[in-house]
Design a protein around this ligand. Sequence first.
Ligand code: ADP
Ligand code: MG
Length: 249
Amino acid sequence: MLKVENLTKMFGGLAAVHDVSVEFEARKINAIIGPNGAGKSTFFNLISGVHKPTSGRILIDGHDVSRMRCDRVARLGVGRTFQTTHLFEQATVLDNLIVGHRLRTRSGLWDVLINSKRLQQEERECREKARAALDFVGLAHLENRVVLDISQEERKRVAFALALATEPKLVLLDEPAAGVNPEETEGLAELIRKMPEHGLTVCLIEHKMDMIMGLADKIMVLNYGEKIAEGTPAEIKANPAVIEAYLGS
Ligand code: ADP
Ligand code: MG
């Protein structure tokens, strides 16, 4: 599903991601862990086309997306959440999804302005997809609620719905459970757990180890931009290099 070959991203003299190669299988839950600054979010930004790699390749279902713009990558089937979700506070949950969908899959405002006829048709489809995504995350009853009035955990679910509304094959979740309590974390974990049954390949960055260990089929560990380990949760827990990286940081 996702194949990354010798991926490197330099920011000036800093290798945020350095020579990382990894493969993630379809319909599995894959996790990326590592200390702060390890390059996890940069890895997501590379896969989703937000940043261009300095070197290396990214293949999604055999398509080379290494040099693609993020709207094209989104249309190819990659959805994502961001570490911080910016929602339009005064707008309804459903409108946030519709606007979010457009921002993710269109190249720019100009496109939206010049294609008004096609837009109406797309608007309808988009609304349906947004509703399906809201249903999946358990927020169908909140579609007309203004974002200002929903809880932190519901916001996280809106972020999931935003990632799912473009009907991705691969969904990248950047710290989806940050800032929610343990009970709500379990609810979000349940939601992630059912994603593969719906054909989704998940890639998850998370600091909550209990959550990761109970969810992931495969874990990749990054440290200073480099892959220092990969394996099942049991293998990762027992890996001396991982223990060292966490204790040493
Ligand atoms: P993580 O998500 O694992 O905490 P990041 O991928 O956000 O780590 O960051 C990895 C390193 O790259 C950090 O040292 C960070 O400061 C740097 N970095 C990330 N994004 C940029 C950027 N746009 N410009 C310059 N440096 C960046
Ligand atoms: Mg990060």
